[in-house]
Design a binder for this molecule. Structure first.
Ligand SMILES: [Zn+2]
Length: 175
């Protein structure tokens, strides 16, 4: 189950547009979050940042949400927050008791961080794309079919592997 879910996620991750920002845009984005390129912090908890996190998840419940990998939807984060947040909405997650969330780690000035993130959202306004419409029905349908076929093939291989294992077990009992 978890393997089919990560394959599904990979299939949709692969079609989400990636827009690379200019250095100037990154500088401006960091300024809204009250940071400088020399000292980039996690937007949620203030620890040193190790990655960029999608403020709005790009995949949820095995479906693309329509948000893209673009600066408007990316903020610096630490691994702890990124993993803890998962595909949740940042605003409910940040004050939730989820494992490793800023609130459960008793991070100081969460209200201030929420305020900055709201400012960030207002400044950049992440666009929500209709991927299916933009791709066109034919391309989109083929992508969906590819996924269905791959998942069906995986199930067939798993069932076969089980048969092989049972045969080996029977053989070993006889021997
Ligand atoms: Zn963090």
């Amino acid at each position: 189950m978890s393997r089919s879910s990560s394959i599904t996620n990979a299939f949709f991750n692969a079609i989400v547009p990636v827009v690379y920002p200019s250095t100037e845009e990154v500088r401006e984005a960091l300024a809204v979050l009250e940071m400088t390129p020399e000292d980039v912090r996690c937007s949620y908890c203030g620890d040193p940042a190790t990655e960029w996190d999608h403020l709005r998840p790009i995949i949820r419940n095995r479906r693309p949400t329509g948000f893209a990998s673009e600066l408007a939807n990316l903020v610096p984060a630490c691994g702890k927050c990124n993993q803890s947040k998962g595909s949740r909405e940042w605003e409910t997650w940040i004050t939730s008791s989820a494992k490793l969330s800023p609130a459960s780690r008793e991070v100081a000035d969460i209200d201030l961080r929420i305020e900055r993130l709201r400012k960030y959202e207002a400044r950049w306004k992440a666009r929500r794309y209709d991927f299916e419409k933009l791709a066109g029905a034919a391309l989109w349908e083929q992508h969906r079919r590819n996924l269905e076929e791959l998942l069906a093939e995986m199930r067939r291989c798993q069932a076969h592997a089980l048969e092989v294992r049972e045969a080996i077990k029977r053989g070993a009992t006889v021997a």
